[in-house]
Design a protein around this ligand. Structure first.
Ligand code: PXL
Length: 282
């Protein structure tokens, strides 16, 4: 059985990070091995939350897993609770990355032009370092702008332009040339407007291919959708699907779950109704 290490937080509410990644990856027939970066009562978008930062416990996991002599087909890093965790992830990669291990780095830093509570310049510098080492990175548009030192507000001014995807591709190319390996960048949550209608799409850029895929936008964003997207991408790629197939699988799954959450009037912080659609990932 394939196996993916999940370096991410466990949040009681928000349907994000590990509570999104574990079910999605498991239903795809892959063993999910969580290394928690923090345990929270709820994701940080809620007004109040308790956070137990796991920085000083991450080495124990690495040491114990090393003793067990386990290996991973994939490593997926997401939310990090402090900049000190960058070195823990780097150590994890050193210890567990094999020749065929797929490393997906999701540089969790913000969304819709806003920084998450955990954001700091130090964390941004660390995420830049991690993303250089990844086979695949899945920033949303806000995070892409942070990584590339671009002004998000300026970029989204072009959302009605017919070459909007090309503008975002250009930003991707700026960071692709810095990567230490052949990398694929998948930018999520790009809202485009045409003839008064909104669409949500992904720009994908690698040395080999560049393309833009989109779906209707239901006017709202939800907690955890980026985490579900990244989880499905890592699972699909570990199973041998192409990048395009992986993106289509993730987007189709999310479209239904988001549509359902909009219909049911779910508050954005609570995340989408993905559980009902997990069977689609079988
Ligand atoms: O979905 C990204 C994410 C993951 N983990 C925690 C978060 C967020 C976004 O706010 O707060 C704890």
């Amino acid at each position: 059985m394939k196996r993916i290490a999940l370096i991410n937080d466990l949040s009681g509410f928000g349907k994000c990070s590990l509570t999104a990644a574990i079910p999605a990856i498991s239903v795809m027939g892959i063993q999910a091995c969580p290394l928690p970066t923090a345990v929270l009562s709820a994701q940080t978008g809620f007004e109040n939350y308790y956070c137990d930062d796991f920085t000083d416990r991450m080495d124990y996991f690495i040491d114990e897993w090393k003793k067990m002599d386990v290996s991973f087909d994939g490593i997926y890093s997401g939310y990090l609770a402090s900049p000190l965790q960058i070195d823990k992830v780097l150590r994890f990669l050193e210890e567990f990355e094999g020749e065929n291990t797929l490393y997906l780095a999701d540089p969790v830093l913000g969304d819709q032009g806003k920084k998450y509570h955990v954001f700091s310049e130090e964390l941004l510098a660390g995420m830049k370092k991690l993303t250089l080492k990844a086979d695949v990175i899945t920033p949303n548009l806000t995070e892409l702008c942070f990584l590339a030192d671009e002004d998000y507000a300026e970029v989204i001014k072009h959302k009605k332009d017919c070459d909007y995807d090309k503008i975002i591709q250009g930003i991707c190319e700026k960071i692709l040339v810095r990567a230490e390996r052949k990398q694929t960048i998948i930018v999520t949550g790009i809202i485009r407007e045409e003839a008064g209608k909104e669409y949500v799409g992904n720009v994908t850029v690698s040395e080999k291919e560049k393309f833009y895929l989109e779906a209707p936008y239901f006017g709202r964003s939800f907690s955890g959708t980026g985490d579900l997207f990244a989880s499905i991408i890592s699972g699909a790629l570990v199973k041998g699907l192409s990048i395009r197939e992986a993106i289509e699988k993730a987007s189709d799954f999310l479209e239904e779950a988001i549509e359902d959450a909009v219909k049911e009037n779910i508050p954005s912080n609570h995340g989408v109704q993905f559980e009902k659609y997990l069977f689609r990932l079988l």
